[in-house]
Ligand binder design. Structure first.
Ligand SMILES: [Zn+2]
Ligand SMILES: [Zn+2]
Length: 187
């Protein structure tokens, strides 16, 4: 497992910063980055609670600052002097804390995945509905276009027919006039 995957993430809302050298740890199993931990500590006088779950801090040890960059030897020395049972209990508590944090990360990711799935499903439904509406509009417009074309063809045909009739009439009138002129000349 890489060191990258082993880091915990600040539990402050919208922070998601990876915990580096300094961590602020609460009695309710939450962890905060250096910046948010200091802010929570400063707010203790007016708002003594965990911003992640609302648990109230009653003792100094309910919110503690921890340095995570100590050497392995130093960390091992911290446990020296305790009975094996106590060392095991401390280790068990630390592992439970770690697992709780990882479980939270998984739950958050699952919620995000579910949220994006629902968003995609909603968008798909909306797109399908809009596609149906657009196809309906296209169909109606195509029908209107065909009707307009058909009407235009009828009007063109009527106009051509009128022109032909008019020309025929003029031609007949012209022939009649010529005939009259010839008759006048003969008499
Ligand atoms: Zn933070
Ligand atoms: Zn908490």
């Amino acid at each position: 497992m890489s060191a990258e995957r082993d880091q915990l993430i600040c539990n402050a809302r919208e922070c998601f910063k990876k915990i580096e050298d300094t961590a602020w740890i609460t009695c309710c199993s939450h962890i905060f980055c250096a910046q948010h931990g200091k802010e929570i500590k400063l707010r203790q006088a007016t708002s003594p609670g965990c911003p992640a779950c609302g648990s109230r801090f009653r003792n100094e040890s309910d919110l503690v600052e921890r340095k995570l960059n100590h050497s392995l030897q130093f960390r091992a020395l911290l446990l020296c002097g305790y009975s094996p049972e106590l060392v095991m209990e401390i280790a068990n508590n630390a592992i439970t804390f770690w697992n709780f944090q990882k479980h939270q990360v998984c739950s958050n990711l699952e919620r995000k995945v579910e949220y994006y799935r629902e968003t995609i499903a909603t968008l798909k439904r909306k797109l399908t509905q809009e596609k149906g509406e657009a196809e309906g509009k296209i169909l109606r417009l195509e029908q209107q276009l065909e009707q307009t074309k058909s009407r235009m063809a009828e009007l063109n045909e009527a106009a051509a027919s009128l022109t032909r009739d008019r020309r025929g009439e003029l031609s007949r009138k012209d022939r009649c006039e010529k005939k009259h002129r010839t008759d006048d000349f003969l008499f």
